[in-house]
Design a protein around this ligand. Structure first.
Ligand code: NAD
Ligand code: ZN
Length: 364
């Protein structure tokens, strides 16, 4: 069965395109009472961007915390806040949800747009195609590039017993505003880690058993752009065109994995994040550095990129991890069966044992 996947319906790209957000939302406002909910990474609370967010009198602007990656509990809490605010409004649902920030803020926006129309807790929907009703209109505005969250059909959430996305056709954004200027203030290390998420998406997609021409086309373009950004001379961020390229790399890298899958690095990174709270980008970098046996060329090039950008990864992460936590990390990684199958083929269970995963984690 071939995947008939849902793509983002509308995309605007370009430096300064954020200024068009007001106009884009105007057509989604049924009347002057329509409430738009902006979920914005709180890193922008005291930035110049704040004044540029097109918030109208009735709208709701919620600053979201992303110190921890999105949790189902936090999504439920945000939904309750929106619902409470909407009690006094005749039309009890907002006209749309707009997520502004990195992968975390965008995922929160996706999840809230789903959970305002579907009953229960977001934890009930972690998995594949469990969502029954369409989401509210939702738009994404990335301020970091690499995750591909802007194009994916998932919102990655940490729940009471697993880290797993709400994967559904309804999850995909209706609108994207891709404005490379918004990457300007991103801290250099974070820019690198999130950028490497894209690079690793490409390596895992391009070397995976699920590869097909669709994924390959996007993956090859994205990896080429990553090389221009992270191996270009001189290293650094003075050349602003690199932000444009990274934004498009993230988009294409995301499109590549939509029709294939990620692999071992992502599976291990989910375990790291579940127990140690490591964010996705840095968790991927930590894990990828130990995967030379599986992705020899990718890891070699990744190390070159790290040295070019003077990145020091955290080490000895397992020092305070007890046996039960280590076993839980392995469980979290193993839930992600399609990732292992993509990386190692149909008989991956014979190749990748719990003992091998444990050994990989213990080296980190
Ligand atoms: P992030 O959103 O977690 O943000 C990392 C840090 O950068 C935060 O402190 C944030 O405040 C800050 N930041 C973001 N933009 C900034 C800017 N322009 N200037 C200054 N600071 C800025 O980072 P990320 O790597 O983009 O996203 C990781 C998240 O994305 C994880 O929660 C992960 O699970 C999720 N993810 C989702 C998908 C998907 O398909 N839905 C794919 C991969 C990862
Ligand atoms: Zn990723």
């Amino acid at each position: 069965m071939f995947r008939n996947f849902k793509m983002v319906s509308r995309v605007v790209f370009g430096r300064g395109s954020f200024n068009q957000l007001d106009e884009i939302l105007a057509v989604k406002r049924a009347n002057s009472e329509t409430v738009m909910v902006f979920l914005v990474d709180d890193v922008f609370e005291s930035s110049a961007l704040r004044e540029r967010i097109p918030v109208k009198a009735n709208d709701l602007l919620l600053w979201v915390k992303v110190d921890d990656e999105p949790k189902t509990k936090y999504v439920d809490e945000l939904c309750r806040r929106v619902q409470k605010e909407m009690e006094s409004v005749a039309d009890s649902l907002p006209g749309g949800i707009i997520g502004i920030g990195g992968g975390s803020a965008m995922d929160l926006a996706k999840a809230v747009s789903l959970m305002l129309t579907n009953p229960g807790s977001s934890a009930d929907y972690q998995g594949w195609d469990l969502i029954q009703k369409p989401a509210l209109y939702h738009a994404g505005v990335p301020t970091l590039s690499g995750t591909g969250a802007e194009v994916s059909r998932t919102t990655v959430l940490t729940g009471p017993d697993k880290k797993l996305g709400i994967n559904s056709d309804y999850t995909t954004f209706d609108q994207l505003v891709l404005d490379p200027e918004l990457l300007d203030g991103a801290p250099t290390d974070q820019y690198f880690y999130t950028g490497m998420d894209c690079y690793i998406h490409c390596v895992e997609s391009l070397t995976g058993t699920y590869l097909n021409s669709f994924s390959q086309t996007y993956g090859e373009k994205a990896i080429e752009l990553c090389r221009e950004v992270f191996l270009g001379d001189p290293p650094g961020r003075a050349d602003k065109l690199r932000d444009d390229k990274l934004m498009m790399a993230s988009y294409c890298g995301g499109m590549s994995i939509v029709y294939s899958q990620v692999g071992i690095c992502h599976a291990l990174s989910y375990g790291l994040s579940y127990i140690l709270g490591l964010h996705h980008g840095i968790g991927n970098c930590v894990a990828f550095d130990y995967l030379e046996a599986y992705y020899p060329e990718g890891v070699r090039e990744f190390r070159l990129m790290m040295s070019r950008h003077d990145i020091q990864l955290p080490r000895n992460l397992m020092a305070d991890v007890n046996e039960a936590q280590l076993e839980k990390m392995i469980d979290v990684a193993l839930v992600l069966e399609p990732l292992w199958e993509n990386a190692l083929g149909a008989n991956w269970k014979q190749i990748m044992t719990r003992a091998k995963i444990k050994e990989l984690y213990q080296r980190m």
